[in-house]
Design a binder for this molecule. Structure first.
Ligand code: TYM
Length: 331
């Protein structure tokens, strides 16, 4: 049976990359009545030094954000990762079959550790916990942005290794990536980089909670190139093409429609059009996020309910893992 799992770190406001690349996909799958489990992966948000107060605020804020974006807790299982202990338990079991060189080669680890003097073990083990998230539910499909592909490959490898050593247990999870440019929305400041939460320059991204003024300012300042026509070419014109992708998403128009409508205007004028479209697309979502944020009691109830449902699903799977590993002593 098909089962979808995905996760998102509770790191403050999400940006359009998270929304286009991941969350909007989840909403679509939910509306197709698929079996989908979503986790606010708080344990993944403490691999680098963090502020505990901020983290607990962010867990609720992310919950409000997901609901505001259209995630329906009646249809999906939505829960906080650390409340389901099976994740860390399976993480340990998988750590014992994963090797250190396999982790050391992962690009996100290399990227995040390169400027650190002391590297936390958690940062290194991060992808094993991610594999545990997925495998604890025997998930078959994992919808994510392109930056997660290598980490899901690790989950696939660990599933295969576990199966071959201890007997068929986990399905091999497929990575599901959205089409076009949405799987890797680019930074507004440097279109060769992805839009990222950790970019120190807030002008590099559009956050779901940005005010209209901020959105207009950031899109106006988006780095493009020296050609003034509006044409789509991801390779040669990554900056404008990124704006066209965003525009196409928020208006539901094709890239061709957009370019033919914009034949007579400059990229400068075009930016204002994109900004307007983004502002009006985000407005109702922002209102809903704000509404949900004002009701922390409700958010906690949702997460608690989600935790119970998540546990119900993964407890059996962990019992099977324990059995296969020889941890269940029979007398
Ligand atoms: P996170 O919290 O960094 O990002 C959440 C989702 O947003 C996608 N994304 C993007 N998509 C398109 N363009 C971009 N510029 C962009 N930036 C981010 C990410 O690909 C992701 O799908 N390790 C994960 C969280 C995680 C997880 C899991 C995911 C933990 N366990 C199990 C799937 C399955 C992460 O840090 O995502």
């Amino acid at each position: 049976p098909k089962r979808i799992f995905s996760g998102i770190q509770p790191t403050g406001a999400i940006h359009l990359g998270n929304y286009l690349g991941a969350i909007s996909q989840w909403v679509k799958m939910q509306n197709n009545n698929e079996d989908i489990i979503l986790s606010v992966v708080d344990l993944h948000s403490m691999t680098l030094p963090h502020d505990p107060k901020q983290l607990s605020r962010n867990i609720l804020q992310m919950t409000a954000t997901l609901l505001g974006c259209g995630i329906d807790p009646q249809k999906v299982v939505l829960f906080q990762q650390s409340t389901v202990l099976e994740h860390t338990q399976l993480c340990w079991c998988l750590s014992c079959i994963c090797t250190m060189p396999r982790l050391a080669h992962l690009p996100q680890y290399k990227e995040k550790s390169k400027d650190l003097k002391d590297i936390p073990l958690g940062l290194f083990v991060y992808p094993v916990l991610q594999a545990a998230d997925i495998l604890a539910y025997k998930a078959t499909h994992v919808p994510v942005g392109e930056d997660q592909v290598q980490q899901i490959q690790l989950a696939q490898d660990l599933a295969r290794m576990f199966n071959s050593r201890f007997g068929e247990t986990f399905p091999i999870p497929h990575t599901v990536i959205t089409g076009a440019e949405f799987a890797r929305l680019r930074s507004l400041r440097d279109p060769l980089k992805k839009m990222s939460k950790s970019d120190p320059d807030p002008k590099s991204r559009i956050c779901m909670t940005d005010s209209p003024d901020e959105i207009v300012r950031n899109i106006k300042k988006a780095v493009t190139d020296f050609t003034s026509e509006v044409t789509y070419d991801q390779e040669k014109r990554p900056g404008v093409s990124n704006l066209i992708s965003i525009h196409s998403f928020v208006t539901n128009k094709t890239v061709d429609e957009i370019c033919s409508e914009a034949v007579n205007i400059t990229t400068g004028q075009y930016k204002l059009m994109v900004a307007d479209a983004v502002v009006s697309y985000l407005k109702p979502i922002q209102d809903k996020i704000e509404q949900y944020s004002s009701d922390p009691g409700y958010l906690k109830d949702i997460l608690q309910d989600g935790r119970d449902k998540a546990r119900n699903i993964c407890a059996n799977n962990l019992a099977e893992v324990e059995y296969k590993l020889g941890l269940r002593v029979k007398v």
